[in-house]
Structures are given as C-alpha cells and as structure tokens.
Write a protein that binds this ligand. Structure first.
Ligand code: MRU
Length: 363
C-alpha cells in the first residue's frame, strides 16, 4: 500500500472529492475517523445534510479538515434548473449558513465557507451556469492550500524540535486533522523524513480518545515511535524528565495569541510552564481570528454528555451514575503567556502577544 510522508495509507486519505466531469454527481468521500484504529472505512456524503452530520459526529474532525470538508460540502447543493439567478445564489448561501452550524469553535470552518461565499457573490448573472465548477475549483484550491501550509509548518517548526528526543502532543493535529501532514505533527514528520526520528508521547485525550485512536495510529503508520499515556500522566512524565517539548494544534487563536484547542490542552500548558518545558502551538494563519481580542471570546462547543458517561459509545457500559451532572466542553483556551511560540506557515511567532501576532499575520 503506498503512503504519503505522514505514513497515512492512501486508502486512509482524510478527504477525497469526487466529481470527475460532472459536478452534479459530486460526492465528498471521508475516512470515517470514528471507526479508527480498528476499521478503515469510508463514508460517502452526497448531500450537505450528510456532510453536516459527518462533521458533527467527528467522522471528519480537526480544524483544517473541517474547513476543507465543508467547502466541498457547498458543492453538494442541488439547484432547481428553472430557478432564476437570485434563487440559485440564495440556495448556495443557505447551504453555506447551514454548514456553518455544524461545529462552533474551529474558525477554519467559517474561513473556508467565507471563501466559498465570495465565489457565490462574485459570479455574474450571465456566468451563473459556471458557478458549480467555480465552487468546485475553489474547494479544491482550499484543499491544496492546506497541503502547502502543512508542509511549511513542518519546515518552520522542525528547528524548534531539532534537539528534542521526546515530545508530547494532545488530541490529533496530524494528517487526519488536515489535508496531509497535520500541524503539530508536521515538524515531527519533517524531521523524520530528514533523518531525525523523535519519540512521541500521545495523550490519550479524553473523552473521545483522538490521541490514542488517531495520533498513535498515524505515527505508527509512519514508523515514528509513539507511547500513549492517559491525560493525567503528563505531569508525572514531565517531572521525571521524559518530555523535552509539548506541541499541539489549535482550533482558533485570538489576536493576542490565546489559543483554543482540545479540552485538556490548557492544563498541559500549565504543567509545561511549571516544569520549564517549551510549549508550542502549530497552526495555519487561517486558524487566527483577528476579530477576537482575546481567547475569552472564543465560542466553546459543548458536546453530548453521553461521550463522557458512555466511553465505549452508545452500546458501551455507562460509567457515571444517572444522578450525577456531567459537563463536556470540547475545547479549552490556553493563554498566550503560557505559549512559547506559535508555528505558522508564514513563520514562527515567538512569545505570542498582540504585537508579535500582528507582525507575522500582516507580513
Ligand atoms: O474535536 P476535534 O477532534 O475536531 O478536535 C481537534 C483538535 O482539537 C485539534 O487539535 C485541532 O483541531 C487542530 S487540528 C490540526
């Protein structure tokens, strides 16, 4: 089975788009990440509703991947051939608004949908029949841009990890969360490709185990040694001197550098700070939301408490008494002051704060 540099087999490519010559028979073909690592199975979405459900259920997940999938999802809109120009446009805009309701935290979703919206709004009435193809082209470009961004993040982040032996990561910010190489895992893949292989501790990442199920799987596919630890083990590993750096992804970064990422990232940053271990966030610049002055303004998704009470899924056993309340925020916000550097495709933002973020974002 052939693989890309991330080691993910072609059969496990995160997102594929199928439209061949006929955009009206388009489909978004997703690796079903809810079934990993046991089963490599794909889910074909042929309607915006199916794609919305796939994002909500985390069939496709990770900030950049959600944006790419949603962009393709816009092309699944079906339009009545008798509709006039205004009706055609509003049909696509409805799909865009609808897909925007799938998940609230990752800003890449809204960034990608805004790009699709600009295509809908810029097409002239006389060229309206070109719109489906223009939208497909834009979604493909968003996908390709992400590949390039991941590669640049890998190159830019590699020097920061060069002297490390053991790095710890949380959740999955690898190829499964993006087009290919990921964000937090991209520097690790880049180093591996160039002859330096690090050992990675993958936080299990409660409650949905993206670290254990996904990060451990994709690193193993690439031949990178990985040890899964429960989230609560990170402090002990750091105290014992077993962690040289922490590197994570992000779902939304405010203008001052505060970064939202998978729940459990913030306590990890505090632990790293206490143990004088560098804490890196890796994210493309489309993960920045410059309209938000600080991380307090980032909307945090609350998910179904059943994800906590039934860790094995709906058919698994219930581990919490019915009388107990359960909270299940999917993300937390790490203050910029706990972040050593943010690695982007445009460069590294050392000591993130409003001025340092603006310098790289506006470059
Ligand atoms: O709920 P998920 O699995 O979509 O959460 C994903 C994360 O928190 C990732 O770390 C983040 O999206 C960065 S992905 C490059």
């Amino acid at each position: 089975m052939s693989t890309d540099v991330s080691g993910i087999p072609e059969a496990a490519e995160t997102i594929r788009y199928r439209h061949a010559d006929d955009v009206w028979s388009a489909a978004v073909d997703l690796l079903d990440q809810t079934l990993l690592p046991e089963t490599l199975s794909r889910l074909i979405c042929e309607t915006p509703g199916q794609l919305h459900d796939a994002i909500r259920r985390l069939v496709v997940r990770g900030a950049p991947a959600i944006g790419i999938a949603a962009a393709y999802g816009v092309t699944l809109t079906r339009v009545d051939s008798r509709a006039d120009a205004a009706a055609v446009r509003s049909r696509y805009l409805e799909t865009i608004d609808y897909l925007a309701t799938s998940r609230p935290t990752a800003v890449n979703l809204f960034w990608a949908l805004d790009r699709m919206k600009a295509v809908v709004q810029s097409v002239e009435d006389a060229e309206l029949e070109m719109l489906p193809n223009r939208l497909a082209d834009e979604a493909i470009r968003i996908h390709e841009d992400d590949r390039a961004m991941c590669r640049s993040i890998g190159i830019n982040g590699a020097p920061l990890l060069q002297g490390c032996q053991n790095v710890l990561t949380h959740c999955n910010a690898g190829g499964l969360a993006t087009s290919t190489l990921g964000t937090a895992l991209a520097p690790i893949y880049h180093l591996h490709e160039n002859g330096t292989t690090l050992h990675v501790y993958a936080d299990e990442t409660r409650p949905l185990l993206q670290g254990a199920r996904l990060t451990a799987w994709e690193l193993s596919q690439a031949g990178i040694p990985v040890t899964v630890c429960t989230d609560s083990m990170a402090g002990g590993l750091m105290k014992a001197g077993n962690v040289d750096a922490v590197i994570v992804g992000a779902d939304r970064i405010a203008a001052n550098g505060d970064a939202a990422n998978k729940i459990g990232t913030y306590p990890l940053a505090i632990l790293a700070h206490y143990h004088h271990i560098p804490f890196y966030v890796a994210a493309p610049t489309n993960t920045f939301d410059m309209a938000l002055a600080s991380g307090d303004l980032i909307p945090i998704e609350q998910r179904d408490p059943a994800e906590v009470t039934q860790p094995g899924g709906p058919s698994g056993r219930t581990t919490v008494p019915a009388s107990a309340k359960v909270t299940n925020p999917a993300f937390d916000v790490t203050p910029a002051e706990l972040i050593t550097a943010i690695i982007t495709e445009r460069g590294v933002i050392q000591t993130p704060n409003q001025a340092n973020v603006a310098e790289v974002l506006n470059a």
